[in-house]
Each structure stands twice: as C-alpha cells, then as structure tokens.
Design a protein around this ligand. Sequence first.
Ligand code: FPP
Length: 257
Amino acid sequence: MFEKFSLNKGKTAMPKHEDTKSISIPNHVAIIMDGNGRWAKKRGLPRIAGHREAMKTIKRVTKEADRLGVKVLTLYAFSTENWKRPKAEVDFLMKLPQQFLNSYLKELIEQNVQVKAMGDLSRLPTYTLSAVNDAIEKTKANSGLILNFALNYGSHAEIVQAVKKIIREAHSPEDISEKMIADHMISPALPDPDLLIRTGGEIRLSNFMLWQLAYTELYFSEEYWPDFNEQSLQDAVRAFSSRQRRFGGLAEGSENP
Ligand code: FPP
C-alpha cells in the first residue's frame, strides 16, 4: 500500500540522495487548511490576507508532496458550511481558485500534476467553475500527483446525495453494501486518505470526508496554514510512518493470547 521513501529531520526539500531513514509515504494525504484568519489577525491584517497567503502554501505543499511520492493530495478549500461567512469573505474565497490557477496552472502542468475537484460544483460562481474545469481539462492527461480540491464540499451532503442516488436506482435493501455506498459518493474514484492533516490547532473533522476517513491516520498541527511548509509536511509524514495501522485487525505477531 505504501511506497518506501526516505527523508531526514531538520532539512527541507533535501535531494533524495541525502536521505537516510526509510519511511512509509502515504498514498493519499488530505488536508484541512485551517488558521488563515488567525494568521492574518496575528499580523494586524484583514482575514483575506491569510487566505491570499494560503495559496503560496498550497503551491509549496503540492510540490513537496509530489517530491515525497504522495500520489493524491486532497485540499479542503471551501465547505458547504463556509457560505455562512460574511459575503465579502465568501466572494474573496470564491475568487481564489481562479487566482491560484491563473498563477500556477502552467507550473502544475509542467509538474505533470492532474487537477481534480469534488463537491457540489453547481453552486460555484461561473468564473470559479470555468477556472476549475479548465484546469481539470488541461491536466487530465497528466500522470503525476493528483491535486484534488474539495470545493463546496460537505460530508453530510455527500452522504445524502449518495442515499438519494441509491434509492432512485431502486435497489432492494439486501443489495446495499459498503461498496455500493462508497461507489455512490461524489468524491472521484480515489483511494481513501491514508493521512489527514489539520492545521491551525483545532481538533475536529468539520464535516470532511467522514466516510472515507474511517481508518485514516489523523495528524493535528498547531501551525496556521500559511506557516505550514515543506518541513511541516515531512514531520506529518514521519508521524504517519511511525503509526501502526491495523484496520481493526491485530498487529503482526500478536495472534496468540
Ligand atoms: C480556514 O481558515 C480556511 C478556509 C475556510 C479557506 C481555505 C481556502 C484556501 C486555503 C484557499 C483555497 C484556494 C484554492 C486555490 C482553492 P479560517 O479562515 O477558518 O482560519 P481561522 O480559523 O484562523 O479563522
């Protein structure tokens, strides 16, 4: 399930040949990018300055995840609950995908990154949707890291629409299986996250991928998202690598009572 790769503590983006310790790299890393507002407030800036800075973090974390050998990076960019924020902030957040892609799409293409999006995209403003669709289209033949943006995404909404689809297809209760439910989720056909990172010091999931996170390793960082960097991602991956994943089973060698 995991690819073996290595990295050293205390160094950032080191070349592979300098790495010494072999660690397990999660295939799919999902991130709740929290703390933008507090990052800005700490500096006496408006909240939107934190969101703007967040785009730089997305860029460097995408690069580093790719370098480490992560295959899928899912970023929680806008939740179904974020519409409750003041209109000016929502409007600003809605402009970020377009701004981000205007600045970085060329680089993402050069990096062989494949852009995807999950969520109820129908409610996004046209300019946001066009920018996202354009990036999906232009990167669909790429074979490198999948950069999956969760946009107007909420886990409860996702489960509700899965149930609706299943009922519409008129399955009998006996047909319902875990696989059927998983297959009706709106998230694209991606493996479940192996590692979930939440920045910003809060210890909660905030309606993010609740079905898919059933056996995901959770990692909470005190750092605000704009401060999160290559080293922070390496620390999270190292913590993941030290965990023993049993998926409800027993550790190897502990079968005998
Ligand atoms: C949480 O911080 C962050 C968000 C609700 C928005 C996250 C969006 C981005 C990082 C940019 C998205 C960009 C692209 C390219 C799609 P917060 O505002 O809740 O921070 P706080 O908890 O400190 O107030």
